[in-house]
Design a protein around this ligand. Structure first.
Ligand code: SAM
Length: 286
């Protein structure tokens, strides 16, 4: 019996056999903790009805665990030197397809008719947020995204009003998604060890999601609200709109109409507050 790809001995053997050096440029840190790999698969609630899109299979450790329970795994790997290695490590699974492609340039049209689609990855950390936004803004009809990322980024995704991690990223993600941190993972679970700790996060589309009428404005106001964290919301919005008496009056009226204090800071507003503020700003325009 060959040990699982994600076991420390097998991973080391594969690296030796192919004289493979983890590429920093592609954010390669291979998971070598089988219980963490299994926790990810369980946390993602993968079952026999699921098609899984995996981002960055590496040498196939997570891919293998996914293939054991999913109907099908499609894994996108940017690094072409890993493709022949994956062909060998995953040879005994007939439900895996590896595609040599940058996930950020992938057209997901082929998944249009797929019933139960889930996304799972031990992400390349240097592009964590670009990947999340690429997926969220795509037309992929996924049930969940379950991904490993840097612990600090996970904290920002989950943060609410009053925490120091709360910011633009929290609101951009929480606008559409429910965020749940499944578990923390120490850096020692990877080979090579990154210099940060990690966390597995699950994102599920909000069942009651309704696009906000002034969506673009909303995110531009949120961006402005957090631009200078020590400054009041009024001042940050004046930077955004331009300092004039007219703008100040409009901003102050809108903040008061939202039920907020005039010296409130942007970091004190919930997503609901921001939505109301944008509606009020809009009304004060017309
Ligand atoms: N899944 C493996 C594991 O858990 O051991 C490897 C995870 S490693 C942190 C990230 C993987 O993503 C690497 O294999 C890397 O080559 C790949 N990768 C980096 N950028 C990518 C991109 N833009 N598109 C697809 N894969 C990418």
């Amino acid at each position: 019996d060959i040990p699982a790809i994600g076991s420390p001995t097998r991973t080391q053997a594969i690296l030796n056999q192919y004289n493979l050096h983890a590429s920093k440029r592609f954010g390669q840190n291979f998971l070598t903790d089988l219980s963490v790999l299994q926790d990810i698969v369980q946390g993602a609630e993968i079952g026999p009805e699921d098609t899984v899109i995996e981002i960055g299979p590496g040498i196939g450790s997570l891919t293998e665990q996914l293939a054991k329970v999913a109907a099908r795994v499609v894994a996108y790997e940017i690094d072409k030197k890993l493709i022949p290695i994956l062909a060998e490590t995953l040879a005994s699974y007939d439900n895996i397809q590896v595609i040599n492609q940058d996930i950020l340039k992938t057209d997901f049209g082929i998944y249009a008719g797929t019933k139960s689609l889930k996304i799972v990855a031990n992400l390349p950390y240097y592009i964590t947020t670009p990947i999340l936004f690429y997926l969220l803004n795509s037309d992929l009809n996924f049930r969940s995204i379950t991904v490993m990322m840097q612990k600090e980024v996970a904290a920002r995704l989950q943060a609410g009003v009053g925490s120091k991690e709360y910011g633009e990223l929290s609101l951009a993600i929480q606008y559409k998604m429910r965020v749940h941190i499944i578990q923390q993972v120490p850096r020692t679970a990877f080979l090579p060890s990154p210099n940060v700790d990690s966390a597995v996060v699950s994102l599920t589309p909000k069942a009651d999601f309704q696009p906000f009428e002034y969506e673009k404005n909303l995110f531009s106001i949120i961006k402005a609200g957090f631009a200078h964290r020590r400054k009041s919301l009024v001042n940050n919005l004046l930077y955004r709109f331009g300092r004039s008496d007219e703008n100040r009056a409009k901003i102050e009226r809108s903040i008061i109409a939202t039920g907020l204090d005039l010296n409130v800071r942007g970091e004190r507003l919930t997503l609901g507050n921001y939505e109301q503020l944008v509606e009020n700003l809009h009304q004060n325009d017309t």
